[in-house]
Design a binder for this molecule. Structure first.
Ligand code: NAD
Length: 499
């Protein structure tokens, strides 16, 4: 791959001049590639290619569309090492974590392989005398996806395999921070036999996103990223009559009850808080300890484990954590740690000042733990998106649940307990879209759907799975009668019914 990353339009790599941005290796802190930022003309080129491909693709039998996905899955598996290396090189996450990300992405391709089954529609014979009715699920046309940096391969795979097997043509605008794995994956779908123009990739920033928002040809947008941008995309898209699902940020709480298996809870918290350097929308960033005894025990068990985290260049094997994605992200997280200290939270493990031998310019922050965090603090209210876990102390499960329900975000949450009654109450009453019971990262599998509540998702339908099929299709209800020979029905002025 050359130093300048191409767009991918109408089945071809397209290099453009003009504005560009830098892509870093966050472990070394150096620029490794240049990314052209699409202008309106380039975005329009992608839209035109998608629009031209649509009539033939929408009429391609779903079983044939699925066959492309079967080959795609094979190619993804054959090219796993290349993809995983690119994810890790530009994002900074460990090879093992990138492998897990890709596997979850592949599971979405497997779901899309069921295209003929998921697009079967609904049929009713004799909805009236000699009248049959059915519902078709038809594609929308040209649809777009705008994705975040933190799952550069998986989140695009949440979107376009399903959109495409539903008969749509797709334009992906990946994150400008780590775009190479998304590009390689898209090229593999082409290699699997996808007709030109059905999937296009344009790189860019706000300007490319605005061009997609303004284009009347783009009928729907799937967005995943931070809440302010999600809200912007949702309102701008809606204003122009587009269908939009916009998934935003999070502040995920894990509640630990006194009867929980504490060693298991601590191990689960370690992975969920510090895996991928905390740069996951489902990361646990708040541990709510019910009772001081639980809080003290949690702190005592977490502290040595956080100090022992193996941190280094993501591309090396056997690590727990790599760097943050950019210098900006590093500075933002360091700023939050400073803010927590000033606000009076107790800093138990300080991740500032970490230097990794051989990677002194990398964007590293060590695992950080705060105790006695209170709801008025910025480190509690805002998404830090870094390796910082805040412990909040409460007296009861009800108080813990009130905290969660009052928080602006509602993406994921988890309860650690052995008490079935408490777990049932938690699942029933918690105002969060994805709930774990002794499962710290309750990310739904590909045949369910993914989405938070409150300001973690704008729109009605969650991502991928059955909701994804609904999002990428429009329902058409058809009612059909073939008149009987020699019988003529009289005009009927009353509203037709079976009454
Ligand atoms: P981001 O909002 O900065 O960027 C997401 C996408 O929006 C990128 O493609 C970017 O180019 C584009 N964008 C950025 N600024 C824009 C603007 N002003 N106008 C139009 N488009 C713009 O998010 P990020 O930093 O890449 O990702 C991290 C965030 O994503 C976190 O908040 C995380 O919680 C969230 N996230 C949410 C989920 C979820 O499923 N809810 C999943 C992954 C990440």
């Amino acid at each position: 791959m050359s130093n300048r990353i191409p767009h991918f339009i109408n089945g071809q790599q397209v290099l453009t001049e003009g504005r560009s941005s830098d892509v870093y290796n966050p472990s070394t802190g150096s620029v490794i590639r240049k990314l052209p930022l699409a202008d309106d003309k380039t975005v329009q080129q992608a839209i035109d290619a998608a629009k031209a491909a649509f009539p033939a693709w929408r009429n391609t039998p779903p079983a044939r569309r699925a066959q492309v996905m079967f080959r795609f899955k094979q190619l993804l598996e054959q090219n796993k090492d290349r993809i995983v290396r690119l994810i890790s090189e530009e994002h900074g996450k460990t090879i093992e974590d990138a492998t897990g990300e890709l596997q979850r992405g592949i599971e979405n391709v497997e779901y899309a392989c069921a295209a003929p089954e998921i697009l079967k529609g609904e049929y009713s014979r004799n909805v009236g005398p000699n009248i049959d009715g059915w519902s078709d699920f038809q594609p929308l046309g040209v649809v777009a996806g705008i994705t975040p940096f933190n799952f550069p391969a998986m989140v695009p795979l949440w979107m376009y395999p399903l959109a495409i097997v539903c008969g749509n043509c797709f334009i992906l605008k990946p994150s400008e921070r780590d775009p190479s794995s998304a590009l390689l994956v898209a090229e593999l779908l082409q290699e699997a036999g996808l007709p030109k123009g059905v999937l296009n990739v344009v790189h860019g920033d706000k300007s490319a996103v605005d061009a997609l928002l303004q284009a009347p040809e783009v009928k729907a947008i799937s967005f995943v990223g931070s809440t302010p941008i999600a809200e912007y995309i949702y309102s701008e898209g809606n204003k122009r009559g587009k269908r939009v699902q916009a998934l935003g940020g999070a502040k995920n709480h894990a509640v630990v009850l006194g009867d929980a298996d504490l060693d298991n809870a601590v191990n689960a918290l370690m992975g969920a808080a510090y895996g991928s350097c905390g740069e996951r929308c489902m990361a646990i960033s708040v541990a709510v300890a019910v009772g001081d005894a639980v809080a003290d025990a949690l702190i005592a068990k977490l502290t040595p484990k956080i100090r022992a985290l193996k941190i280094g260049a993501g591309t090396e094997l056997g690590l727990d954590m790599g760097p943050l994605v950019t210098k900006d992200a590093q500075n933002r997280v360091l700023g939050y740690i400073e803010d927590g200290v000033k606000a009076g939270a107790e800093l138990i493990v300080d991740g500032r000042g970490l230097s990794v031998a051989g990677f002194e310019n990398g964007f590293f922050v060590g695992g950080t733990l705060f105790d006695k965090v209170t709801p008025d603090m910025r480190i509690y209210r805002e998404e830090i998106f870094g390796p910082v876990l805040c412990v909040v102390r409460v007296d009861s499960l009800e108080e813990a649940m009130r905290l969660i329900n009052e928080h602006e975000y509602g993406n994921g949450t988890c309860l650690f307990t052995r008490d079935g009654e408490a777990a049932r109450l938690f699942c029933d009453e918690i105002e969060v879209g994805m709930v774990g019971v002794n499962v710290p990262l309750p990310v739904p599998v590909a045949y369910h759907s993914f989405g938070g509540w409150k300001r973690s998702l704008f729109g009605d339908l969650h991502a991928y799975g059955p909701d994804g099929v609904r999002f990428y299709t429009k329902r058409k209800a058809i009612t059909q009668r073939w008149p009987q020979r020699k019988t003529h029905e009289a005009a009927q002025f009353a509203f037709p019914s079976n009454g």
